[in-house]
Structures are given as C-alpha cells and as structure tokens.
Design a protein around this ligand. Structure first.
Ligand SMILES: O=C(O)CCC(=O)C(=O)O
Length: 425
C-alpha cells in the first residue's frame, strides 16, 4: 500500500474523529447557553474536585433569585429542572451569618463522642435521629448523619418527644450537650422551608400555575420536610471514580434520586465530591461560594408528568478531607396523593397517583434495613406491565390510614406478605 493509499484509507477515521470533536464542542457550547440569558453557569475549567482524579466538573445553571422578573426566573428554573435537574441559587435569603453558625454547629455535633451520638440513634420505630449505617441501593454509605424534621404538631416549641409531636417519620432527637445546636437547626430549617416554597412557586409558574394554586398552599402548610446533616469522614480506600469499575470500595452515598419534591443542599466549600449523572457520565457539581444547590425530586417528576427530572447523583469518598453537607428535603404532606399535571391538553398521564406517606415509608424502610423491596417512581408508570404490586400495597396503606401512624418496619412487612410481587399481574 502506497503512502497516499494508506492516508486515504485512514480518511474516514480521521473524519469521524473531526466530527466527534466538533460535536463535543457544540454540545459544550449548547450546555453553557441552555439556561436563559440572565442565569450564568459554573465553569468547567474550575479546578478538579478533590479526591476524584478522573472527575469532570459540571456546568449547572446558577440562578440569581434577586431578579425581580418572576417570569424570567420561572423560565430559568423550568429549563434547569427539565434538563439537568440540578441548579444553584444565589440571593436565596439564607444569610451568611446563619450559614456560618449552622456549619459550626454541624461540625460540633459530629465531633461529639460516639456514645453521645449513638444515644440519639434512629431505629425501626423512629426515622429521625443519628445513624452511620445507611444503605443506599442496599450498599452501606461511608457517612454519619443526623435527621430531624417538621414536628407532628408543626410547633418547634413543643417538647420533641411529646406524643403530640409524633408523625409518620417519628420524632426529633437533638443532643442536649450543645446548647446552641437546636435553636440554630430550627432557624436554618425555617430558612430552607421558606426558600423551598419560593422555588416551588417558580417551578409551578414554569408549569403555568399561579402561586395561589392549592397544590402550593398545601405544600407550604402540610409539608413533611426533613433536614439531614451529613458528615463524610476521610476514606483511605480508592474511590469508585478512580478505579472506574464496579467495585466494592465505599462511596459517600451510592447513586440515588431524591424521593421528595425538591432538595436544598448546602455543600462543603472545601471538599467537592457530589456528582450528578449527566450526558452518560457522573460529573462533579462544583459549589459556587455562597450559593446553595437545588435538585428536583421524584415527586416533582410525577407532578410535572415527567417534564421536571429527578437527577441521579452520588457522593464520592475523599482520602484526606472531611466533608460536611446538609440536604433539606422539601416533601409533600404524608396524605398527599401526588398526581401528574398535564403539560397540555394532549398530554396523557405518565404516572398513577403516588401517596407520599407510602412512598416515604417504603423508601425509608429500604434505607434502614434490607426489607427485600425497592420502590421507584417507575413503579407508578401507567405503561408499566405488569402493574407494580406497590399500587395495591399503597391502597391498603391508605385505607388503613397508616399515614397517620408512626413509622414501623415490622408493620410494613405485612404489605409484602399480603401483596407479593408475583400477584401483581
Ligand atoms: O452530600 C451531598 O452533597 C449530597 C447528599 C445527598 O445526596 C443525600 O444526602 O441524599
């Protein structure tokens, strides 16, 4: 073969290479302009996240909530929710002072000795409290956490363990040894609830709904939200992103989607190991200093009939750095049947109604123990054949008014015995 023949022979390959290069450049340009004009994006040329040698950094939109034009904001948020499912917000109303005090209290809590923290352990009757043994997708996460949520009475000044304060998730447990802990947590919780309501209103506006819609009012007054404090200790074993293969090495949190309506996440400024699955790969979501990260949850995906996407995400481990984060899960009321809102008159519902209390209870039971059953919103798809056994279990749960009973893993086992998967067809 002559040199000319050999070059000609390689030409299609060369062309393919050039076409791939051009299309990647176009995709990158499209990603950085896909949010509307006044929202910016985080730069992909920012430094690599720590502890994640092969990690790519994402370009999720950064939306400035001080923009007085709500229509423009609603459009930016709707665009972000229907593409990435992740965005960051600035001018969010949570003061720097509150964030600083909150972060300080979180670090103080995780610095407490193990016995003090373990005295607050969550258990099979109480979803709220301390834990260091969570299973995500049946794999143990490399983290310690404290969960607390809106009290059953909705009044923070009632005693945490008063029967008046019990709800499906249980009751709050705070450490008595840190006097500033509880008031700071309550203040931060309220600030997140206020921000979540604002974002939910903008998400609804993006779907053509006014702020006065009963859906938003119910969400505001009956939400069953909870705040999770996460602490990821350094982990010397190589992370999954470095070995890049299915392996047993730990992850901070295995890939998952958030179950509720939306999540307001305070990330760590020093250690960036949150990754979202975008365009076929996990990429790091680099926090913008002072901003908070928001992502859509499963209930928003059902409610928007699939227009808003709940993104898959995970947290890597870091070999040397500690990491703290705090997701605030803005969740519907337990009794709320979340049903799809058609995008237009020709839009057929993609999901059956999902009873939030049921979904939350079964999802949490799976995080706590291996109940042998998973729940995802795919189980509610109207096209699913055969229909999922969860539809029958949910009906039983609703008719028995289990949404007003405290969480109980053992009680939930009955659902699986009564309605096993094989009988659903
Ligand atoms: O730590 C993070 O950045 C994300 C936390 C998270 O995804 C979760 O707690 O479900």
């Amino acid at each position: 073969m002559t040199m000319l023949q050999s070059s000609l022979h390689r030409l299609p390959l060369l062309w393919l290479f050039v076409v791939i290069l051009i299309s990647s450049a176009l995709q990158a340009a499209e990603a950085s302009t896909s949010s509307s004009s006044s929202s910016s994006t985080t730069s992909s040329s920012t430094p690599q996240p720590t502890g994640t040698a092969l990690a790519k950094t994402s370009t999720v939109p950064v939306i400035d909530l001080s923009n007085p034009n709500d229509d423009e904001l609603a459009q930016q948020i709707a665009d972000a929710c229907s593409t990435y499912g992740f965005f960051q917000v600035t001018s969010h109303g949570i003061s720097v002072d509150l964030m600083t005090r909150f972060r300080h209290q979180c670090a103080q809590f995780f610095d407490l000795d193990a016995t003090t923290k373990k005295a607050l352990r969550r258990n099979s009757h109480n979803a709220r409290g301390f834990f260091d043994d969570e299973l995500t997708k049946q794999r143990r996460d490399w983290k310690e956490c404290l969960d607390f949520g809106v009290p059953g009475s909705r009044l923070w000044d009632a005693a945490d363990d008063s029967p008046f304060n019990a709800c499906l998730d249980g009751f709050n447990q705070f450490p008595s040894v840190l006097p500033e802990f509880r008031p700071t947590m309550v203040e931060y919780f309220d600030a997140c609830a206020k921000l979540s309501h604002r974002v939910a209103c903008l998400m609804a506006r993006g779907m053509g709904l006014p702020e006065t819609d009963s859906f938003l009012q119910d969400l505001k007054h009956q939400h069953s939200s909870y705040l999770r404090l996460n602490y990821y200790p350094p982990c010397q074993q190589p992370s999954a992103a470095v070995t890049n293969e299915p392996d047993p090495t730990p992850l901070g949190i295995s890939p998952h989607k958030d179950a509720g309506f939306l999540t307001v996440l305070l990330q760590d400024d020093e250690c960036h190991s949150l990754q979202a699955f975008m365009d076929g790969q996990f990429v790091s979501v680099q926090p913008v200093p002072g901003a908070v990260t928001i992502n859509t949850g499963d209930m928003a995906q059902i409610w928007s009939n699939g227009r808003y996407k709940a993104p898959l995400h995970r947290v890597l481990t870091d070999p040397t750095k500690k990491r703290y984060s705090a997701p605030f899960f803005y969740n519907p009321g337990y009794n709320w049947l979340v049903t799809p809102l058609p995008n237009d008159s020709s839009d057929m519902p993609k999901y059956f109604g999902c009873l939030w209390g049921y979904f939350r209870a079964v999802r949490f039971a799976g995080d706590l123990t291996n109940l042998g059953v998973e729940i995802q919103i795919d189980d509610y798809e109207t096209q699913k054949q055969p229909p999922s056994a969860h539809l029958k279990r949910q009906k039983y749960f609703q008719e028995g008014r289990w949404t007003s009973l405290p969480f109980d893993v053992e009680r939930y086992r009955v659902l699986i015995q009564e309605f096993p998967d094989e009988m659903s067809s």
